[in-house]
Design a protein around this ligand. Sequence first.
Ligand code: ATP
Ligand code: MG
Length: 472
Amino acid sequence: MVLKNIGIHTRVLTAAVMLISASTLTLGYLGVNIINQFVTSRFSERINFMTQYLALNSELGILIDERALLKGLAQNMLKENDIAGVIIVDSQDRELVREERQIQGPFQTAGKSVYLSQAQGENMFLDSINDTPGIKKIGRVDVIYSTRGIKDLVNKMKQRFFIIALTLILISCLIFYFISRSLVRPVKSLSKVARKVSMGNHDIRAPQGNTPETIKLADAFNEMLDSIARGRRTIVRAYEKMARQETLAEVGKFSMMIAHEVKNPLAIIKSSLEMMKKELDIPRDNIALTYAEEEIVRLNDLIESFLMFAKPARPSFEITDLNKLIYQVVIGFEIQYDTTRLTITSSIPDTPFFAKADFDLLSRGVANIIKNACEANQGKGEVEILIESKKNKWQLRVGDQGAGIRTEKPDEIFEPFFTTKATGTGLGLAFADQVVKAHGGSITAENRPEGGALFCVTMFAHLTDRQQSGEE
Ligand SMILES: Nc1ncnc2c1ncn2[C@@H]1O[C@H](COP(=O)(O)OP(=O)(O)OP(=O)(O)O)[C@@H](O)[C@H]1O
Ligand SMILES: [Mg+2]
């Protein structure tokens, strides 16, 4: 349970510290011990050798009891490091020479017996030959030496070893720290990113790290986030569409109610006004009555637009010449507008282009686009209407010289009730779009580089069975 709370980083680091420390200390301890033994044995060998050498040289001095000679030898010996004293005794253990000097202990003694030359030469390294017949022991040399130097050397070595071992442990730990951090960091940042995403930040993505494994992990994680984001967008769009459809359904019901409740009284008001005019002999240009009549017409139009959009008539498709349809719509606009101020330039081919269409519905849809162009021009300038057809594709272009489309989202203008006009319903383009789509076509809108907006309506020809099979 407790282990659960210990992170990978800490685990890797602890394991590394323990392993590195254990192996460095064990190896170091063994190394120091071996070196210690080696150095100590070499040291005692050296002292033994020097003692033996002194024993050899002392033979003559002991034989002839020449103390000055022995003293010289002892003094020479004292010049060596670590030698604290030399004692030479004869066979009766009488002290012939004792030379000492003050150095720090602890002390040890190396003693060698002195034999007559013949035996000594043959038994140079034997010390227990006293009782051997024919070999005569004539004295003994004792060399007192200090082991402090060698102990200091070993201690210094131990200290150095510990410093080196600690440095090695520290460096290895640092290396492991950085390696394990670089491995754990991407995992940590993944969990951070996941938490941020769950808190609503859907644009954030995981950093890749710097090893192939972490790069792959981050890529897979980010792909998963991308696909979640895509799914989310689809759901949001579907939800928005559903909400819009619900609103439209509500609007539809509301419009129907208005149609029944308001349209009929309006018609009654309108005919009553006309009757009043006649009966009371009111002049035709009476301002108040004209104003009232105009407002009645406007209200009626508004209700009609609502009705048209909310409960569109089911198109009754017939083989229709689209070019002729546009020609008639344009004529209607030329009659409606003051053509001295607003020029409607149209380029409509003479040859018919047949498609399956509801003449009335499509005329009203296209008229909404041309009406917008004329309104954008504010009743002056030029509105260009151009038709191009290629094979079975037909395209109507309506260009104006107005201020252009000014919305953040280009498709917004096709949304029902979207308007930038004070008295607009925002249903004109929504209706046109609905009608053109019902005819299997599409509408696009853009701003022209030279200014003004350009609307394109694309439709397709009705092909006979023979045309479809490519015989004509
Ligand atoms: N030719 C155009 N130039 C610039 N903006 C346009 C043009 N046509 C449409 N728009 C923009 O699209 C919006 C929606 O047009 P739509 O025809 O649907 O409604 P409306 O014209 O505002 O109202 P109504 O059609 O009821 O008079 C307009 O308010 C306008 O902002
Ligand atoms: Mg409009």
